[in-house]
Design a protein around this ligand. Structure first.
Ligand code: DGT
Ligand code: CA
Ligand code: CA
Ligand code: ZN
Length: 574
C-alpha cells in the first residue's frame, strides 16, 4: 500500500475523531471518516494526484481534497492543528482505547477532568464512572478490558506494517556495497500475527559499511545501539529493527538461529547434542575436535541432523522436529496454490471500489476464479435489498470470464443472527453460487447461545463457509466466547468450511485454532474479505496463518479446481 495514502487516511480519521469528541457536526465527522477509508483503500498513490484526481476518489469532495493537497504540500493541515490544540494530548490517548470511543472520552474529560489512561484506571477502580450518563458497570468492565488489550498489543505491531518496513529495508540494503545476501528473519519470517521487532540479516565480508548504510536509511529515526555484529534502530513509526551482519559462509547457520523460534532452536540444539555436535549461529561443529561440519545453508544443517528443511512457519516447537525425523512434515499450502478469493466486497455495500475494479485487480493476480460476497440485508447500515443484489448478479454474470478468463462466483456474506437465523429464506439463498455466513453483532451472548448460533448456521445447507469465525480484531476486540470444539465438529459433520480471514487485523481463525480444527477434519477457505483492491494482496498473511496451522493444499478449498470447488459449494454436495 502506498505510504502517503495511509498517512492521509490516518490524518482524516483523526480529524473525524476530533470533530466527534468536540461535539461537532456528526455528518461532517462521517464524511471525513468515509473519505479516510476511501483514500486508504485507493489503488493509486495520492501524493501523485492533482485536485481532479483526488475528486475522482469516491467520498472525496472539494473541501477534503483541498485539505489533502495542503497536507501533501506542507506536511500538515491548519484545520487539524487547530482541532488538536483544543483537546489535551491525554484525551486523544483515551480515544485509542478500544470500546471507549471519542464521545465517551470527551465526556470523561469534561465531567471528571480525566486526561490520561492512568487517571482513567484510577477513576474506574474508584467507581467514579457509574454515575455518568451512558456509563454503567458493564462500561467499566469494557474499559478495563480495552485498556488491557491496548497494553497487551503494546510494543507488538501487526504483521503487514512490519512486512512493509522489512521489505523496504531489505531492498535498500541489498543495493548497498558488499552485501552478498539480505533477508528478514525472526517472527516475521515465521509469519506470526504480530511482530515485536524486525530482524534483518546481511551476509557480507565487512560489516561497517552496511551498519553505516542501515543507520542512514530514511526510515531510521533513532539509533538504539551501534555495534560491529548488531545494530538496532527505531523507525519513524516507532518500530525496532535489528540488523546483524554475518560472514557469508555462515549464512545458513545465522538464518536458522535468528529465525527462531527460541523453542524450535532449543529442540534443534538438543538434537545436535545427541549427534555429538554443537550448533551455534556460526555453524554446526564437532564437539570433540571443534571442527566445522556445515554452515552455509539451512538445508545442510538440518540434513546433518537427519531432518528435511523445515519451513519457517512450522518452527514453533509444535511437533515439527518429531514429524521431520519421521519424514512426515506436511507439504504446506503456498500462495501460488491459491486459485481464487472467496470473500470480497464492493462499493455496493461497504467496499470502496466498484465491482469492475475489484474483478480487474483480482484477474491481474492470476486467479482462476473470484467470488463477490457483499453484505446481506440484516447488516442494516449497508442497506442491501433483494433488488440490489439481483442487479449485481446480472453485472457479475456479464463480467464472468471477461478478464483473463477468470470465472466469477456471485455470493453474499450473510449475518448469523442472534438465534443462528440468516438474512434470506432458503429459496433465495439457493440462487447464490456461494454463501459465507458471519457473526457481526451480539458478541456478548452466553457461551451456549453463541455455540448454538454458529452450529445452526453450519447446519443450513446453503452456508458453505463460516466467515471470520471468532470475530476477534487483534489489539481491539477479543474473539467471541463459543465452544469452538463443538463448532469445528459441526463444520466437519455438515461439510462447512472455516474461513481464515487474511486481513492483518483479523487473521481469524488464528494459527492455533486452525491446528485444532484440522484435527476434526474440517476444510478451510483462505480469503481476504477485501474492501478495496489494495486488500487483495493480504492473501499472503492468510496463507502464512494456514501454514502455521500445518495446512496442505488439500485442506484449502480455494486451491481446488473450479469444478471440485463448485461441487463442495453445492447444498448437499459436501
Ligand atoms: P518477536 O521479535 O518478539 O516478534 O519474536 P522473535 O522470534 O523475532 O524474537 P527476537 O527478535 O527476540 O529474536 C529473533 C530470533 O533470534 C528468535 O526467534 C530466536 C533467536 N534468538 C534470540 N535470542 C535468543 C536466545 O537467547 N536464545 C536462542 N536460542 N535464540 C535466540
Ligand atoms: Ca524479532
Ligand atoms: Ca530482535
Ligand atoms: Zn464480515
Amino acid at each position: 500500500m502506498a505510504r502517503p495514502n495511509e498517512e492521509v487516511e490516518a490524518l482524516l480519521q483523526e480529524y473525524a475523531d476530533l470533530v466527534t469528541i468536540t461535539g461537532g457536526d456528526a455528518y461532517k465527522a462521517r464524511a471525513y471518516e468515509k473519505a479516510a477509508r476511501a483514500i486508504g483503500g485507493h489503488h493509486a498513490d495520492v501524493s501523485r494526484l492533482d485536485l481532479k484526481g483526488l475528486l475522482a476518489i469516491p467520498g472525496v469532495g472539494k473541501s477534503i481534497a483541498e485539505k489533502v493537497l495542503e497536507y501533501l504540500r506542507t506536511g500538515h493541515v491548519a484545520m487539524v492543528e487547530e482541532a488538536r490544540a483544543v483537546i489535551p494530548a491525554g484525551v486523544r490517548e483515551l480515544i485509542a482505547i478500544p470500546m471507549l470511543g471519542p464521545k465517551k472520552a470527551m465526556l470523561l474529560y469534561e465531567e471528571l477532568h480525566i486526561s490520561s489512561v492512568d487517571q482513567l484506571l484510577d477513576a474506574v477502580h474508584e467507581h467514579k464512572l457509574r454515575d455518568l450518563k451512558g456509563f454503567g458497570a458493564r462500561t467499566e468492565e469494557n474499559i478495563l478490558h480495552g485498556i488491557a488489550l491496548l497494553q497487551q498489543a503494546g510494543g507488538r505491531i501487526l504483521i503487514d506494517a512490519a512486512m512493509d518496513v522489512a521489505e523496504q529495508i531489505t531492498a535498500e540494503l541489498s543495493e548497498a556495497g558488499g552485501c552478498e545476501r539480505c533477508a528478514y528473519a525472526g517472527s516475521l519470517r515465521r509469519m506470526r500475527e504480530t511482530i515485536g521487532d524486525v530482524d534483518i540479516l546481511v551476509a557480507a565480508d565487512s560489516s561497517a559499511p552496511l551498519m553505516e548504510a542501515f543507520t542512514a536509511l530514511p526510515v531510521t529515526a533513532e539509533v538504539i545501539a551501534h555495534g560491529e555484529k548488531k545494530t538496532s534502530i527505531r523507525t519513524t513509526k516507532g518500530l525496532q529493527v535489528d540488523l546483524r551482519v554475518l560472514p557469508p559462509d555462515a549464512w545458513g547457520a545465522g538464518l536458522l538461529y535468528f529465525t527462531g523460534s527460541k523453542a524450535h532452536n532449543i529442540r534443534v540444539r538438543e538434537l545436535a547434542v545427541r549427534h555429538k555436535y554443537k550448533l551455534s549461529e556460526y555453524g554446526l561443529f564437532h564437539v570433540k575436535s571443534g571442527k566445522k561440519i556445515v554452515s552455509a545453508t539451512e538445508e545442510e544443517i538440518y540434513a546433518r541432523l537427519g531432518l528435511p528443511w523445515i519451513p519457517p512457519t512450522l518452527r514453533e516447537d509444535r511437533g515439527e522436529i518429531a514429524a521431520g525425523l519421521r519424514d512426515e512434515l506436511p507439504e504446506l499450502v503456498t500462495e501460488d496454490d491459491i486459485r481464487g478469493d472467496l470473500h470480497t466486497h464492493t462499493d455496493l455495500t461497504d467496499g470502496v471500489a466498484p465491482l469492475e475494479a475489484m474483478v480487474e485487480a483480482a484477474a491481474r493476480r492470476g486467479y482462476a476464479y473470484y467470488a463477490v460476497t457483499d453484505h446481506a440485508p440484516n447488516l442494516y447500515m449497508q442497506r442491501m435489498t433483494d433488488a440490489k443484489i439481483l442487479a449485481q448478479r446480472e453485472r457479475v454474470r456479464a463480467l464472468d470470464g471477461k478478464h483473463r478468463r477468470m470465472r466469477l462466483l456471485h455470493g453474499t456474506e450473510l449475518n448469523i443472527g442472534p438465534d443462528g437465523d440468516l438474512d434470506w429464506p432458503d429459496e433465495f439463498l439457493a440462487g447464490f453460487d456461494l454463501c459465507v455466513a458471519s457473526v457481526h453483532s451480539h458478541f456478548n451472548q452466553s457461551r451456549d447461545e453463541l455455540t448454538r448460533r454458529l452450529i445452526r448456521a453450519c447446519e443450513n445447507p446453503h452456508v458453505a463457509i463460516i466467515g471470520h469465525p471468532t470475530t476477534r480484531q487483534i489489539g481491539k476486540r477479543p474473539g467471541i466466547d463459543a465452544d469452538f470444539d463443538a463448532v469445528f465438529e459441526a463444520c466437519a459433520r455438515t461439510g462447512t468450511a472455516l474461513e481464515i480471514n487474511s486481513h492483518p487485523q483479523r487473521l481469524d481463525l488464528c494459527d492455533e485454532d486452525v491446528l485444532r480444527a484440522k484435527r476434526y477434519g474440517v476444510k478451510f477457505a483462505v480469503s481476504t474479505d477485501a474492501h478495496s483492491v489494495t486488500h487483495l494482496p493480504y492473501m499472503r498473511y492468510g496463507v502464512g496463518t494456514a501454514q502455521r496451522g500445518w495446512l496442505t493444499k488439500d485442506d484449502v478449498i480455494n486451491t481446488w479446481p473450479l469444478q471440485k470447488l463448485r461441487r463442495f459449494l453445492r447444498p448437499g454436495g459436501r
